[in-house]
Design a protein around this ligand. Structure first.
Ligand SMILES: Cc1ncc(C[n+]2csc(CCOP(=O)(O)OP(=O)(O)O)c2C)c(N)n1
Length: 584
């Protein structure tokens, strides 16, 4: 860290500040209003690698993938106006998924702000509802302090995106640079420790419960909760654990107490268990509508313990009888201790309950028929099995493939599953995989994408090629905007309005080759393994075009706004295409 003052431009000060924060990789694309920063990038000595993207949305999602795979803060850079507005989607995505990223945008020179100057956009105003905090820098001397605060705010408390907008003239202006050692932000002091009395009350409630369910959410991943502490809590009273879409991997999928995914496409065991529980122990989860369905009908008999770093989450959707505000990394081990120290040896109270739930889990696994045409679930199972001995980070797009991946992959460690859960952003998968691989070059990175999603950000294959970022991109190619097609089939009388992609889509193998990457294809069960092993062995970024059944649907399904009592499922015995209602 520079302790003595040195004279430099605002642009160089940004780079020195990033270095002082330990940043090693940034993703971005230049333009007029950010040119001084890019000029400094080329002209001064520094240790930060810059990855040139093809669209700023890619830079934002790469920063997210990087942040979520590593636990560090991701950084994206764009110019003013359209460069900055192209970052809005990843910023909103990072906001809803609590991902720490710092976005640095150029702004038109100070004297032109407010004149509708060329490429002027009020990016601070535009992103106001979806950032944790933002700055429009108006004095060059403020740059080091603002960068310091930005990183602190992005990563502390409930993590999230922050924006620093820097007018061009201030990038060129000079300052005496020194990087602050500490932040002093009055009014921003996230409370971390959790109230000790509440922790004891929670432990007693857990021990007294007859039908407890541990409801673990993405906050447990963000907070770097040690999975061993979650396991201690769950094992001490032998209660079933559900992990939301965002939490997948933080409690091992293969642990016998894990009953996996709840909600719209969750397992029957998870949904039935939540709905019949008498105590929900929410841990960094937010009672999202995709989990609860109809809120009034959700878990009607359950009391709620709600642990979260963000006090605004408490009572937001569901009243909590025992709220604990604090960092889960600190709260969960305290809870484990409190539960363990109060156990008095006898058989866990909830033993009968666990037997019931595990019965459901055994009788109602996710299932599909492995017939031709090739089923997407089979492709995902083979990806899972053929990579079982590797450390894999998975990313996805949004749609059916995302749900099948959540259902059929088995993930046993946190930060190995990166998906757009809150905003549900198509196009997340390709750049998130690139960012993850930059952050974790030692891991195998596999993006399971839809053909619609892939077409939204596939230009970033050029970025992958340029820097040799060897993630594997699997296009689960059903020729449709599959998830929307599924809704049209089930809820709109099979009127397939504007969801057919097939005839106009590119040949994904040729597309990969045109980017200078390897391409593989599979269309039958017999071809799947060769495509996957070819991709795993090819040693560079590559694409698998998996041509799958157009009509396969994701089941079970709780229709939007319904309760889990109205869960739909296939009933093969009667009719291959029929779905029936199944009550709790
Ligand atoms: C940017 C964006 N636009 C629209 C949607 C709505 N949407 C959700 S899933 C989906 C279809 C995705 O199709 P595809 O990528 O082919 O995946 P599949 O469902 O077929 O697996 C759409 C259009 C969205 N989530 N994000």
């Amino acid at each position: 860290m520079d302790s003595e003052k040195r004279r430099m431009t605002g642009a160089e000060a940004v780079i020195r500040s990033l270095e002082a924060e330990g940043v090693t990789d940034v993703f971005g694309l230049p333009g007029g209003a950010i040119l001084p920063l890019y000029d400094a990038w080329a002209s001064c000595e520094h240790t930060i690698r810059h990855y040139l993207v093809r669209h700023e949305q890619g830079a934002g999602h790469m920063a997210q993938g990087y942040a979520r795979a590593t636990g560090k803060v991701g950084v994206a850079i764009a110019t003013s106006g359209p460069g900055a507005t192209n970052l809005v989607t990843p910023i909103a995505d990072a906001y809803l998924d609590s991902t720490p990223i710092v976005c640095i945008t150029g702004q038109v020179p100070t004297h032109l702000i407010g004149t509708d100057a060329f490429q002027e956009a009020d990016i601070q105003g535009i992103t106001m509802p979806v950032v944790k905090h933002s700055w429009l820098v108006d004095r060059v001397e403020d740059i080091p302090r603002v960068v310091k605060e930005a990183f602190h705010i992005a990563r502390s408390g409930r993590p999230g995106p922050v924006l620093i907008d820097i007018p061009k003239d201030l990038q060129l202006a000079e300052l005496e640079f020194s990087y602050p050692k500490q932040v002093d932000i009055p009014g921003y002091k996230p409370s971390r420790h959790g109230h000790p009395k509440q922790v004891i009350t929670a432990a007693e409630a857990i021990l007294a419960a007859e039908r407890p369910v541990f409801y673990v959410g993405g906050g447990a991943v963000s907070a770097n909760v040690d999975p061993a502490d979650l396991i201690r809590v769950a094992e001490s009273v032998q209660m079933p654990v559900i992990t939301t879409l965002m939490a997948k991997g933080v409690f091992p999928d293969s642990h016998p107490l894990c009953i996996g995914l709840p909600g719209m496409h969750g397992s029957k065991a998870a949904n039935w268990a939540m709905n019949r529980s008498d105590l929900l122990i929410a841990c960094g989860s937010r009672f999202d509508d995709r989990v609860t369905g109809k809120l009034d009908a959700f878990a009607p008999g359950a009391r709620v313990i709600h642990m979260d770093i963000d006090p605004a989450e408490i009572d937001k959707n569901r009243a909590a009888q025992i709220p604990i505000v604090g960092s889960l990394e600190l709260v969960v081990p305290k809870l484990a201790e409190a539960v363990q120290s109060r156990m008095n040896g006898g058989p866990p109270k909830a033993a009968e309950w666990l037997r019931t739930v595990q019965g459901w889990k055994q009788e109602h696994p996710f299932r599909y028929r492995n017939t031709e045409p090739l089923k997407p679930e089979y492709v995902i199972e083979r990806l899972r099995d053929l990579t079982a001995d590797r450390d894999v980070i998975w990313t996805t797009g949004v749609g059916q493939h995302q749900m099948w991946a959540a259902q059929y992959l088995r993930i046993d460690r946190p930060r190995r599953w990166l998906t757009s859960g809150g905003l549900g952003t198509m196009g997340f998968g390709v750049p998130a995989a690139i960012g993850a691989k930059v952050g974790r070059p030692d891991a195998t990175v596999i993006n399971i994408d839809g053909d619609g999603c892939f077409q939204m950000t596939m230009q970033e294959l050029a970025t992958a090629k340029m820097y040799g970022i060897d993630a594997i991109h699997v296009v689960v190619n059903n020729g449709w905007l599959g998830m929307v097609r599924q809704w049209q089939e089930l809820f709109h009388g099979e009127r397939y309005s504007e969801t057919l992609l097939e005839s106009s889509s590119p040949d994904y193998v040729k597309l990969a080759e045109s980017f200078g990457l390897a391409g593989f294809r599979c269309e039958t069960v017999a071809e799947v393994d060769a495509a996957i092993t070819g991709a795993l062995e090819c040693g560079g970024p590559c694409v698998i075009d998996a041509q799958v059944d157009h009509e396969e649907k994701v089941y079970p399904m709780v229709p939007a706004g319904a309760s889990s009592a109205e869960m739909l499922d296939v009933e093969w015995a009667e009719d291959d295409n029929a779905w029936v209602e199944e009550g709790v």
